[in-house]
Write a protein that binds this ligand. Structure first.
Ligand code: ADP
Ligand code: ZN
Length: 290
């Protein structure tokens, strides 16, 4: 059986067709313009692919409450043309197949749980640190939703005493995204993260904020694995620093076999760059099962 997968992002839409064993048979990338331009192009791609269902991992915030009149819509995004857009409804109507829908980070979490390093785990988190910070959560074997979906990238974090930067989030200033996402790094240090590799003070502070948030996620969710992805995490020197700081911040309070094997606990994604599209594929498979 073939399934459609869509990774819906603010700059590009990655469309793919795959099978239930996690094989991608074909994929294309289409730039994200207005819904009027982009949606027909996406439908055209999927139309003749004989897909049994479509899964979408979407930039947010999105409405995931099935009882809501706006289920499947994109909500208050800064991408104005997409605000309030009924993305699920459009595909249901035009492709006439079941549509699975979740956030892009929940999609990546699902991809890692199904075919990657979190396979078989019932509780884990996926954090992406890029243009923003997003967190996908699987808890008790299910993607965590709640009112809508977690927004743990906006967890409030105190600025460190030696950091005068006020934070970039328009809503909170110094939330994790406001302090540690790519644009905050760029504004604080005057250059993009890619160009700051040789500035250890940049990554020491970055590791502090990420470790602070990760420690809180551990306390709240008790995840069995923590996957850190996104452009900023290409700075691989962050991983050992984050592991060390998390261990310090936990203060010996928690002792589990997972925490005893930190190198295998806080890890980069395991599916190359395919965790998002594979997660979308699985969302499609799950939609068919109802
Ligand atoms: P997006 O979040 O838009 O999907 P990315 O995950 O690539 O895309 O995140 C882009 C952000 O990550 C930018 O702010 C960029 O400066 C930063 N970034 C990308 N690559 C690196 C890198 N190698 N080192 C540090 N920061 C990076
Ligand atoms: Zn915020």
């Amino acid at each position: 059986m073939r399934f459609g997968a869509l990774e819906a992002g603010g700059t590009k839409m990655v469309c793919a067709v795959g099978t239930e064993d996690g094989k991608i048979l074909d994929r294309v990338s289409i730039p994200t313009e207005s819904p009027e331009v982009t949606m027909p192009a996406l439908c055209q791609y999927f139309q003749d692919k004989e897909i049994a269902a479509l899964g979408i991992g979407c930039f947010g915030p999105i409405d995931l409450d099935r009882a809501s009149a706006t289920y499947g819509h994109i909500l208050m995004t800064p991408k104005l043309a997409w605000r309030g857009y009924d993305i699920c409804g459009y595909f249901s109507e035009h492709l006439k197949v079941p549509v699975g829908f979740d956030t892009d980070v929940n999609g990546s979490m699902l991809g890692e749980c199904t075919w990657g390093c979190a396979k078989g785990l019932d509780t884990a988190i996926y954090v992406t640190v890029g243009t923003g910070v997003g967190v996908g959560v699987i808890a008790g074997g299910k993607l965590l939703h709640g009112m809508q979906h977690p927004e743990a990238g906006h967890m409030l974090i105190p600025a460190r005493e030696d950091d005068p930067y006020k934070g970039k989030c328009p809503y909170h200033g110094h939330c994790l995204e406001g302090l540690a996402a790519g644009p905050a790094i760029e504004e604080r240090w005057g250059a993009k993260g890619q160009a700051l590799k040789d500035r250890p003070e940049v990554w020491e502070l970055e590791a502090h904020y990420l470790a602070y948030a990760v420690t809180n996620y551990i306390m709240i969710l008790s995840p069995k694995k923590i996957i850190l992805g996104g452009g900023v995490m290409h700075q691989e020197q962050l991983f050992p620093q984050i592991r060390e700081k998390v261990t310090q911040m936990l203060g010996g309070y928690l002792q589990t076999k997972e925490l005893g094997a930190m190198d295998d606990y806080i890890v980069p994604p395991s599916l190359g760059d395919d965790q998002g599209i594979l997660g979308a594929l699985k969302l499609g498979m799950d939609a068919l099962e109802g």
